[in-house]
Design a protein around this ligand. Structure first.
Ligand code: ADP
Ligand code: ADP
Ligand code: MG
Length: 471
């Protein structure tokens, strides 16, 4: 096992990795740039090293990070999510320096990070992919001809995209012509690649993704699925495991598809295979070759510590579980608490957290890097906390979500928490009947007034239960 591990990330995921290291007897090394001087990951790690004044550069400097890992005697690097986590070059530099990169091989990262190459690999492995272009599109004329062939609506997507950016739905040739230049410039700016491709737009599908674990001995298993259909602008807000909308047969089928996908590309470590599901059709969408933001809910329903497994696999250990050892219990929901103002187009809100109180009690987990007095810097992602609730039944989990959101206090900045309270009361959400069209279909859920009174929560839960029971 590793002795010392460098965390090439910040914020809550860096804290999450520090915790795994602490439990495994591995010394953790944090890095930070100037705006993160007072960040929690810096305080919690065993060691922390300053990597520059500039907010982002230090977290993206592959060679600098590997040099630092060597100088500080680290034998492994965990990239977290975002930043360098899906950068094949970084994985390669680590390998060349003799430091274990906690993730799959650089060639697998490169292949799956290119969405058209990933689609080709999946077609070859007989995993159904969303209908669309074979490869990248050469010009707008080719895009228009293909769209006529597939039929509108279509999705124009950045080949190297991620984080919900670089994706545009086009309902007509006119919209496609307008989107063409925009998606290319967005992709170039955000991902450094102008490549775009096209998929048929599956209207209001379910986003279903499967967590997989694969070791370096050819063993691959899945840890069931997550339903990430509650999205705004292709970005996840609330995630659920397992999906309340899949039949046991569908569950078994997506799990099997995901394992087949992983084996087909020689995948090693933890990864996620994302699918779009519409009625009985299941289409491969993409694979994320890293720990996912919402790995938490899978941990809650299976009891498997995914970050620990990532580290074990990278250290050359065998998977500790066979597929038949993995069970799921109850339901878990993760709320991405973003420092944003839902009432103002979800505009990020920065500043000092004047008060933070973490909710607790049974079945409640918070993964965060905020604390009372912490100032949220404007340079990074607006997600500041992940609230995860678990319950034996779907209804118990929903009510626990209402209760935990109400217990929580994040003051000083506006957050998405009150908006989630509204979603939790909605009969379609409670009944488990929702798809990626839910958020745009319910703008009225933004007309909340902040409820804080404990009696209000009891009343809200009682009302929601009554509405659900049709009373
Ligand atoms: P997940 O896929 O784990 O559900 P997100 O899509 O929300 O998570 O991405 C998590 C973080 O990683 C976000 O900060 C996002 O901006 C960043 N990210 C994801 N993919 C990419 C990418 N291809 N390039 C740059 N940043 C990315
Ligand atoms: P990212 O790499 O940014 O996560 P994805 O390819 O995973 O991008 O797509 C993000 C989201 O965009 C999906 O969860 C889904 O809601 C929507 N989406 C992507 N492709 C399609 C499609 N072909 N049809 C309908 N919705 C899509
Ligand atoms: Mg995705």
């Amino acid at each position: 096992m590793f002795k010392k591990l460098l965390i090439a990330n910040r914020g809550e995921i860096a804290v999450r990795i520090v915790r795994a290291c602490a439990e495994m007897g591995i010394r953790s090394v944090a890095i930070y740039t100037e705006p993160d001087r007072f960040s929690l990951h810096v305080k919690r790690a065993d060691e922390a090293h300053f990597v520059g004044e500039e907010p982002l550069a230090g977290y993206l400097d592959a060679r600098g990070i590997v040099d630092l890992a060597r100088e500080t005697g680290c034998d492994a690097i965990h990239p977290g999510y975002g930043f360098l986590s899906e950068n094949a070059e970084f994985a390669r530099v680590c390998k060349q320096a003799g430091i274990a990169f906690i993730g799959p091989s650089d060639s697998v990262i490169a292949k799956m990070g290119d969405k058209t190459a990933a689609r080709a690999a999946m077609r070859e492995a007989s995993v159904p992919v969303t209908p669309g272009s074979e490869g990248n599109l050469a010009n707008v004329e080719e895009a228009l001809a293909l769209a006529e062939h597939i039929g509108f609506p279509v999705m124009l997507k950045a080949t190297s995209g991620g984080g919900g950016r670089g994706i545009r739905r086009c309902d007509s040739a006119e919209q496609l012509k307008q989107a063409w230049g925009r998606v290319i410039s967005e992709a170039t700016k955000a991902f450094g690649s102008a490549d775009v491709f096209m998929e048929k737009c599956i209207v209001d599908p379910h986003h279903i993704e499967v967590q997989i674990l694969a070791d370096t001995y050819g063993n691959a298993i899945h840890l069931f699925e997550r339903d990430c259909s509650i999205q705004r602008r292709n970005q996840k807000l609330i995630e659920i495991a397992p999906s309340p909308q899949l039949t046991p047969e569908q569950r078994a089928y997506v799990g099997e598809l995901a394992v087949r996908a992983a084996k087909a590309v020689g995948y090693e470590n933890a990864g996620t295979v994302e699918f779009l599901v519409k009625e009985n059709e299941i289409y491969f969408m993409e694979m994320n070759t890293r720990v996912q933001v919402e790995h938490t809910i899978t941990e809650q329903i299976t009891g498997v510590d995914i970050v620990r497994e990532q580290i074990r696999i990278a250290a050359g250990e065998k998977l500790a579980f066979r597929q038949e050892d993995i069970r799921h219990y109850g339901y878990a929901i993760q709320f991405r608490i973003n420092a944003e103002d839902p009432k103002n187009e979800f505009l990020p809100t920065f500043g000092r957290i004047t008060r933070y109180y973490a909710p607790g009690g049974p079945g409640v987990r918070t993964d965060t890097a905020i604390y009372t007095g912490y100032t949220i810097p404007p340079y990074f992602d607006s997600m500041c906390l992940k609230l995860v609730v678990w319950g034996m039944t779907w209804e118990e989990t929903l009510n626990r979500g209402v209760r935990a959101l109400n217990d929580m206090r994040v003051q000083g900045v506006k957050t998405t928490a009150p908006y989630y309270q509204e979603i939790l009361q909605h009969p379609d959400f409670r009944s488990g009947r929702f798809d990626t069209g839910f958020v745009p279909a319910h703008p009225e859920l933004l007309n909340y007034s902040v409820k804080r009174h404990p009696e209000g929560v009891a009343l809200a839960i009682a009302a929601a239960i009554a509405a659900h029971a049709g009373l």
